[in-house]
Write a protein that binds this ligand. Structure first.
Ligand SMILES: C[S@@+](CC[C@H](N)C(=O)[O-])C[C@H]1O[C@@H](n2cnc3c(N)ncnc32)[C@H](O)[C@@H]1O
Length: 314
C-alpha cells in the first residue's frame, strides 16, 4: 500500500520519535499530571511504525558517489552510472485513526500565515533587500525572466521559534520580494515584450498542507519532485540554500538560469559527505556567470555563504 495525501493528518509528532521505537497501544493514564517523560512515552504509544512502503521518492546520486570506488562496488551492474534512483521512506501511522502522522510539529494556518506576512514585510523593508535591489538594478541581468524556482526552502510549519522555521520563512520571503522587484521592472522583459508576470515554484518534499496553502496564498506553486527541475530554464531565477540533494550538479546538467542564488561556489573539494558538493561541471558552468554581492549576511535565514550569480550576456 502506498500513502496518499488523504492518508495524512496534520498531527504534531516530535522529530525525535524514531521509527526504531517499539510501539504498542493502550496503556492507562496516571491519575495525576503526567511527567514530560510519561507524555513522551504516551505519544510514542499512540503511533506504530508502518511496515509498508510509502510513496516512492527520487534519490539523487552526486557524481562523487558514482565515481568513488567503494560506491562503485555498491552500484555495480544495476546502478553504475545511474544518477537517479528510487527510495521509500518508512512512515509512522496512528494506531487509532490509521492515518500517517507528520514528523514535525505543525503550527496552525493562521499562525504561519501571519508570521510569514510579517517576515516578508520586514525583509522587503530591510537595508539588505534595498542593497540587493540596487545591485540588480545596476547589473546586466538577462532580459525575459519569467519565473523563480526555489528548492529546499524547508517547512514554515515547525515550532514557531525554531531556527529552521525562521530560516524557511526568510527564504520564502526572499522569493516573494524578488518576484515583486523583478515584476516592477517589467519582469526584465525582452525588448518589445510587455511581460510583468513572474511565476514562482517551490520544490521541497517536506512541505505540509499548511505550507502549500500559505505559499499558494502568495502565488507560489508547490511542485512535486522533480517538477521544479523541469521548470528550470534560461528565463528563470533559481534559489536554493543548503539542500539535501546535489541541486547544483543537477541544474548544471539542465540549463543556464538567468540569475542564481545558492551556496557560493568556492572551487574547493567540499568532501564526499556533503549533500550538494561542487563538481567539474558546476565549476565549468559558473564560468558563464558573474558573481554579484549578496548582502544578507545570515539575516532572514540567508546564510553569508550564499552567493548571487548573473549569467554573462552573449
Ligand atoms: C538542510 S535543509 C536546508 C533548509 C533551508 N534551505 C536552510 O537553508 O536552512 C535541506 C532541505 O532540502 C530538502 N530536500 C530534500 N530533498 C529534496 C528534493 N528532492 N527537492 C527539494 N528539496 C529537497 C529537505 O526537505 C530540507 O528542507
Amino acid at each position: 500500500m502506498s500513502s496518499s495525501e488523504s492518508d495524512r493528518e496534520d498531527e504534531p509528532i516530535s522529530p525525535w520519535l524514531s521509527p526504531m521505537c517499539g510501539l504498542s497501544a493502550g496503556t492507562c493514564l496516571p491519575d495525576r499530571p503526567m511527567t514530560d517523560d510519561e507524555k513522551r512515552k504516551r505519544q510514542i504509544e499512540a503511533y506504530r511504525l508502518i511496515k509498508e512502503k510509502s510513496t516512492p521518492e527520487l534519490m539523487y546520486h552526486k557524481i562523487q558517489d558514482l565515481l568513488e570506488v567503494k560506491e562503485l562496488e555498491r552500484y555495480r551492474d544495476n546502478y553504475a552510472y545511474v544518477s537517479v534512483g528510487i527510495k521509500y521512506k518508512l512512515e509512522i501511522r496512528n494506531v487509532h485513526t490509521n492515518k500517517i502522522a507528520n514528523y514535525t510539529p505543525v503550527c496552525d494556518y493562521d499562525t504561519v500565515s501571519r508570521a510569514f506576512e510579517r517576515k516578508t514585510q520586514s525583509l522587503q523593508d530591510s537595508e539588505q533587500f534595498t542593497q540587493l535591489k540596487a545591485t540588480l538594478a545596476s547589473a546586466a541581468v538577462p532580459s525575459g525572466i519569467n519565473k523563480i524556482v526555489a528548492f529546499a526552502c524547508c517547512t514554515m510549519t515547525g515550532e514557531a521559534n525554531a531556527i529552521q522555521t525562521s530560516h524557511s520563512m526568510g527564504q520564502h520571503s526572499l522569493v516573494v520580494a524578488l518576484r515583486a522587484f523583478l515584476a516592477s521592472r517589467g519582469g526584465t522583459a525582452a525588448p518589445g515584450e510587455n511581460r510583468s508576470e513572474i511565476r514562482c515554484y517551490a520544490q521541497d518534499p517536506i512541505y505540509t498542507s499548511i505550507d502549500k496553502q500559505v505559499l499558494r496564498d502568495v502565488g507560489i506553486t508547490v511542485v512535486d519532485d522533480p517538477k521544479g527541475f523541469l521548470e528550470v530554464d534560461e528565463a528563470s531565477v533559481v534559489f536554493c540554500s543548503y539542500p539535501n540533494i546535489p541541486i547544483r550538479q543537477i541544474v548544471a546538467d539542465l540549463a543556464r538560469p538567468a540569475l542564481i542564488i545558492w551556496n557560493g561556489v568556492v572551487r574547493e573539494d567540499n568532501g564526499l559527505g556533503a549533500c550538494d558538493p561542487e563538481s567539474s561541471r558546476v565549476w565549468q558552468m559558473m564560468e558563464e556567470y558573474i558573481e554579484l554581492p549578496f548582502p544578507f549576511d545570515g539575516k532572514y535565514g540567508l546564510d553569508g555563504k550564499l552567493a548571487m550569480y548573473v549569467r554573462k550576456s552573449g
